[in-house]
Design a protein around this ligand. Structure first.
Ligand code: ZN
Length: 405
């Protein structure tokens, strides 16, 4: 099967006719259909198919027990109304790259595996990368058993309904110990490649990122009868803080977003008593991120004071920088650089991936394919077929360089 025909086959699975976006949530019917597609692709190629204890799907060429395996793949699930490329591009490209290597008649000296990690987006149970986190021991079975979806269905119940034994889940160090390198190909979730004019890029790192909650507390009062001078309106310093976040991020070359807000009493004719805003900020390195967040907080405190408002700032989550394996990245750059048509810029990303989870245990690298608009997690997410095919060639070159020498 060509990249084109595989892509066309997977395209309608789990797509909403109303939004045009994908609703492939973990352990639902759409997810099961995607997983069936993966199994059929594996079997059609004579690969050894298996599902690990955490529900991740594997397709092996060669003996896994031989060790030092080269693994590639991504995920097939989606965010609510997600695009077609985030995840599936990496999985489809894995099969297409294997087909290309067979057409090149290469000899594999190491086992090769293609993988579909389960529940990467966390759309249903609220935690991303559940399949890889469990495998890497970054999420315990007890923690996973407590995950619940919006309808009160627990992860074990959902797994069981889809035919997977939830009692089997947990860390899988033996499996990871057999992997010598993991390479994930992914659509770029930004415009760096579009701006540089390259089809394919290499990941340097996943940016450190975090979420901070800003609670601005003032005094509720009547929107019609309270003189402006008498108000303690927390919306005002909040609004100024949103602008400060933009300014600080721009100065530092980082990103900062207030994308969620909650207001009390949330009445159109009431001055708020509380405005709670959540800041998401990411930067290429820790020092820059610290500078941005400190700058936003300092500005917020000054604005709050100016309006007679109390402010609390709470860090709700934080993920440090993930540096991909330097030796593996250099190896990939060398492999891809020998193809003179293909420049390979190295870029960081602000998005999380299974590759980031595994990078703590296994030498890991990522390839990005150009996304002309940079839009992701939306039905408008796109990559041109020429670029996808260039990604397949690059992945095939990488796999040949890693697994055939
Ligand atoms: Zn993804």
């Amino acid at each position: 099967m060509t990249f084109h025909s595989m892509w066309a086959e997977l395209l309608p699975v789990g797509r909403s006719s109303a939004s045009g976006g994908y609703r492939r949530y973990a352990w639902t019917g759409a997810d099961t259909d995607c997983r069936t597609w993966f199994r059929e692709q594996a079997e059609a190629r004579g690969l050894t198919y298996e599902v690990d204890r955490n529900g991740n799907q594997w397709a092996w060429l060669g003996d896994p027990a031989a060790g030092d395996a080269v693994v590639t793949g991504s995920h097939l699930d989606s965010v609510p109304d997600g695009g077609a490329f985030d995840g599936p591009l990496g999985v489809v490209s894995s099969f297409a790259a294997l087909d290309e290597l067979r057409a090149r008649d290469v000899t594999f000296t190491k086992p090769l595996a293609l993988v579909n990690f389960g529940d990467e987006e966390g759309a249903r149970f609220g935690l991303a990368c559940v399949g890889s986190r469990l495998t890497a021991g970054r999420l315990t079975a007890e923690q996973a058993h407590r995950l619940t979806d919006g309808e009160g269905i627990t992860l074990p119940q959902a797994m069981e309904a889809a035919g997977h034994d939830p009692d089997a889940i947990g860390a899988d160090p033996e499996r990871l110990a057999r992997i010598g390198a993991f390479v994930e190909l992914h659509v770029e979730q930004g415009r760096a490649l579009d701006l540089s004019g390259d089809r394919v890029g290499l990941a340097s790192a996943i940016w450190p990122h975090g979420r901070w909650r800003f609670d601005f507390r003032g005094e509720a009062n009547h929107a019609g009868t309270t003189r402006l001078d008498d108000r303690r309106d927390p919306m005002l310093p909040y609004a100024e803080t949103v602008l400060a976040a933009r300014r600080e991020a721009r100065l530092a070359g980082a990103v900062a977003t207030f994308g969620k807000i909650s207001v009390e009493p949330n009445g159109v004719n009431a001055i708020p008593s509380l405005v709670r805003g959540w800041l998401d900020s990411r930067a290429a390195d820790q020092a820059t991120l610290d500078t941005v967040v400190a700058g936003v907080e300092q500005a917020a405190r000054a604005y709050a004071e100016g309006h007679g408002i109390d402010l609390d700032v709470v860090r709700e989550s934080f993920t440090p920088v993930v540096e991909f394996d330097h030796a593996l990245r250099d190896e990939l750059a060398r492999i891809l650089g020998s193809d003179t048509d293909l420049k390979v810029p190295v870029l960081g990303t602000g998005a999380g991936h299974d590759a980031g989870i595994l990078s703590g245990t296994v030498p890991t690298a990522m390839l990005f394919v150009r996304n002309p608009t940079g839009v992701s997690h939306s039905p408008a997410e796109f990559a041109a077929e020429d670029d996808c095919v260039a990604g397949v060639h690059a992945l095939a070159d990488v796999l040949e360089g890693l697994a055939c020498r």
